[in-house]
Design a protein. Structure first.
Length: 317
């Protein structure tokens, strides 16, 4: 305990026989807890689910989720695994920025606010099991599928849908599959397609303004319930993990393809995207790896809880 104030009164009385009597009023405050211990305590919450790039925790209020961004990197449906130091910090900042800007143009999203370097507070939604891929330039699977030279501008923007199931390698599906199996209603798919085009138009302009070509990107959507009514909103994240971003002048890849193809320089690429978006200044020495930061300060790294996720499909995020 720490004494915050002491009030003393000195006096004599016949009974004291000349001795000094001290009356003191002492107020105690709780001992300050070191920041690293506070952080450890804060992370002791119920883990809901752990995915390839994020961990989901129960939020502070009903209908909210805390989304923690990891440094883990995977490719080819988790057949290739690794770590990109600081990736979680950068993705958190970049995704916050993009979702905030999309909100300003009227795109409804699950994003509420960024909590710290690696965490966001988001609305809890029921994820629609469809990955929406928007393509502007031939790259990756579409180039291989149709024998198109990578880097070829597509005649028009193409929207593709993939069923979210790792055990099936996320197969490409059509609107007919989605309707037949009831993954989403026709009205929901219209809303999703409309929002995907709007997101593409905005992001293509935003990245072009900083010298980056938006080649393609992945989106996920979820249902936000209000009683019996549900509306579709944008969920998950938007970052170099789920986008192909090429430098307009050099063609350099500034995304996870650097990890997929063993090009190296993943951290520098992610940092470059953040810098161009004004999220990381040239002079700023960003703390990208919390464990390394604590080691440099002589602190013991706080561990993130590793409670096993339930053996179920990913919950609403």
């Amino acid at each position: 305990m720490i004494v915050s104030s002491v009030l003393c009164r000195y006096g004599h009385s016949p009974a004291s026989k000349g001795r000094v009597t001290v009356f003191a009023r002492v107020r105690f405050l709780p001992r300050a807890v070191p920041l690293d211990r506070q952080e450890t305590k804060m992370t002791r919450r119920r883990q809901i689910y752990e995915g390839k790039a994020k961990i989901l925790y129960e939020g502070p209020e009903p209908g909210t989720i805390i989304q923690y961004f990891k440094d883990d990197a995977t490719a080819f449906n988790a057949q290739k695994k690794g770590t990109i130091s600081g990736k979680g910090v950068l993705n958190n900042r970049i995704s916050e920025h993009v979702f905030t800007m999309l909100g300003l143009i009227g795109i409804p999203t699950h994003f509420i606010r960024r909590l710290n370097m690696r965490e966001q507070l988001v609305r809890q939604v029921e994820i629609i099991p469809i990955e929406v891929v928007v393509r502007n330039v031939a790259a990756g699977s579409i180039a291989k599928r149709f024998g198109i030279e990578e880097g070829t501008m597509l005649p028009r923007t193409i929207i593709e849908y993939y069923y979210k199931d790792d055990s099936l390698n996320d197969p490409l599906v059509s609107d007919e599959h989605i309707a037949a199996f009831g993954w989403a209603s026709q009205d929901e798919m219209h809303d999703i397609a409309d929002m995907a085009i709007r997101v593409n138009d905005f992001m293509a302009g935003m990245f072009a303004g900083v010298g980056i070509r938006l080649v393609d990107f992945k989106l996920e959507f979820g249902r936000l319930f209000d009683g019996d009514f549900a509306r579709v909103i944008l969920a998950d994240e938007i970052s170099p993990d789920g986008c192909r971003l090429w430098d307009m002048k050099t063609g350099d890849k500034l995304d996870k393809d650097r990890f997929r193809r063993d090009l190296g320089g993943e951290v520098e690429a992610y940092q470059e995207v953040a810098r161009r978006l004004g999220l990381l200044t040239e002079e700023e020495s960003a703390v990208l790896d919390l464990d390394e930061h604590r080691k440099a300060r002589g602190k013991t790294p706080a561990t993130v809880p590793t409670e096993a996720a339930p053996d179920t499909k990913p919950p609403a995020i």
